[in-house]
Ligand binder design. Structure first.
Ligand SMILES: C[S@@+](CC[C@H](N)C(=O)[O-])C[C@H]1O[C@@H](n2cnc3c(N)ncnc32)[C@H](O)[C@@H]1O
Length: 301
């Protein structure tokens, strides 16, 4: 695994105790989103927020893009593209109700209205794609920065990577993969292991997301493997073992959701693609202390 370091100043931003609070990102992730749009974005491609929820991450990218000194204001218009599905009352379900009312200046039920309120200041920089990404066409422009916080199912992961695979820019594209830590979504780990020779992992960033720059063209057959999720069970597990061992050696911290990422992700490869009884057997010793990460899967048949 090859790594690069970004400036250490990237891990601190001014107090985000404002609209960015309505984001499910951590402080480190927020900081990175602002800094990457401010300092790394050259305009050679677009910024894509795959999974905006209530607009928090999009707002942070907007903050960074507005501060970006390379581009004129005109060049920044509609350069951030945000994907998301919107429902009702999620702000109050996820965040503290008083805080939400205080930040939004009153009660707002519809998520889309919360989104509009959150991103208002940077709205001219943003294109919104509301609806299922599996049914929305990407506009076809190259992608320079991608924040992927949408891949909660295998189908959406495949769709998201189908868009990225056709539009990344070797030498430029920076991707932030949220959910890397999640043991229930093992496709991120074995899929991204496959393309490690073509990327530089950004080292000092943590909090369970994987950040990297694509430095070389990724061969078509590897892209197709990810986009079609064409892996045997054994290959999925081997790639997870290699990826986790490699991260352990090379990265300071990636952040963990579960005490042993390799074991947890192996169990979920068994759960999704192999033998559910075997998944239960692997996770049995963790049940007493860590069941919150997998309990609901084990209550199903
Ligand atoms: C964890 S939230 C994103 C959090 C957000 N980045 C933030 O800063 O708070 C996941 C987002 O992915 C979106 N999503 C999940 N599946 C989707 C799909 N098939 N199409 C479009 N959006 C989807 C959800 O609507 C939600 O906005």
């Amino acid at each position: 695994m090859h790594t690069i370091d970004f400036p250490s100043s990237y891990s601190s931003i001014p107090d985000p105790a404002d609209l960015a609070t309505l984001s499910q990102t951590t402080e480190i992730e927020r900081s990175f989103l602002v800094n990457v749009a401010q300092h790394e974005f050259t305009g050679v491609g677009e910024i894509v927020d795959f999974g905006t929820f209530l607009g928090g991450s999009t707002y942070l990218l907007g903050m960074g893009l507005e501060r970006n000194k390379r581009l004129s204001h005109a060049e920044k218009i509609a350069r951030i593209h945000a994907f998301g599905m919107f429902g009702e009352d999620n702000a109050k379900r996820i965040f503290d109700a008083d805080l939400v009312t205080q930040i939004l200046g009153g009660p707002i039920k519809e998520d889309i209205c919360v989104f509009e309120k959150v991103v208002d200041r940077y709205r001219s920089l943003i294109n919104l794609y509301a609806g299922d990404i599996c049914e929305i066409e990407w506009i076809g422009r190259p992608i320079e920065i991608g924040h992927i916080d949408i891949a909660k199912t295998l189908e959406v992961w495949k769709r998201t990577w189908a868009i990225i695979a056709r539009h990344y820019i070797p030498g430029s594209t920076i991707l932030i993969h949220q959910d890397f830590k999640s043991i229930t979504l093992p496709w991120l780990t074995y899929g991204l292991e496959l393309i490690l020779p073509y990327v530089r992992v950004i080292r000092q960033i943590a909090d369970g997301s994987l950040y990297f720059k694509i430095v070389d063209p990724i061969p078509d057959d590897l892209q197709t493997k990810i986009v079609t999720d064409d892996f045997t069970l054994e290959e999925r597990i081997e790639r997870i073992e290699r990826m986790e061992a490699s991260l352990e050696q090379q990265c300071t911290v990636i952040g963990r959701q579960f005490p042993d990422a390799t074991i947890g992700k192996t169990a979920f490869c068994q759960y999704w693609f192999g033998d559910r009884e075997e998944a239960r057997r692997i996770l049995e010793p963790y049940k007493a202390r860590h069941a919150k990460f997998f309990r609901h899967f084990f209550e199903r048949d």
